[in-house]
Ligand binder design. Sequence first.
Ligand code: CTP
Ligand code: CA
Length: 225
Amino acid sequence: IVRFFLPQDLKGLNFLVTAGPTWEPWDEVRVLTSRSSGKMGYAVARAARDRGARVTLISGPTGLLPPPGVEFVRVTTALEMKEAVEQHFEQADVLVMAAAVSDYRPRERVAGKIKKGPERLTLELERNPDILEELGKKKGKRLLVGFAAEAGDVVDKARAKLEAKNLDLVVANDITQEGAGFGSDTNIVTVLFADGRQVQLPRLDKLTCAHRLIDLVAKMVRKDD
Ligand code: CTP
Ligand code: CA
């Protein structure tokens, strides 16, 4: 996609995008995390920027460079991500939660480095808050977009999340499908809307996929201006 020819259809809008995994430390060396490259969220941030939005990208640890022209906030844990998202939520018109937030964190964080010892070790975990679900309760006029990476009954599970979290749109993908898995440069997504509509996109590179998602978002966000 050549930037020069892109419509500036997001001018005047504030996009808040999260990406990447979170790291939940259990000592100063080890973390609990999930497999997310951050590529999809970064692609959404770039695509929104290139179409004229003001973009804040809140990112967990990834190997990706911060996209130029985007306000970039680096976080590590789910609790840090929650705080950063809440700080920017007020000004946001659209929240896109592409981050793979850890559902649990180790109950204790040990100072220093745990030495190996027993043959079995039990790590006690505690639930992290659900950032999106909490913001769904006070979303006002904002548009909320969630992601759902599922394996089996993808659409049903994604629709349940859309309803539980009061989302406008959920982007579902089947992680068992070739070309939609972790770290892949492509994605195959089904977009579900709160009104029951459903749009299947073909296998696309992630930046193109991001633009197609934004096409759908742009139509909704401009509706009652
Ligand atoms: N999410 C979030 N905060 C969490 C967990 C998830 O904001 N603590 C967001 C994700 O960024 C994503 C959406 O909620 O946009 C769905 O995340 P997902 O992990 O698929 O769903 P969960 O509700 O965590 O359910 P489960 O992992 O049990 O399938
Ligand atoms: Ca989860």
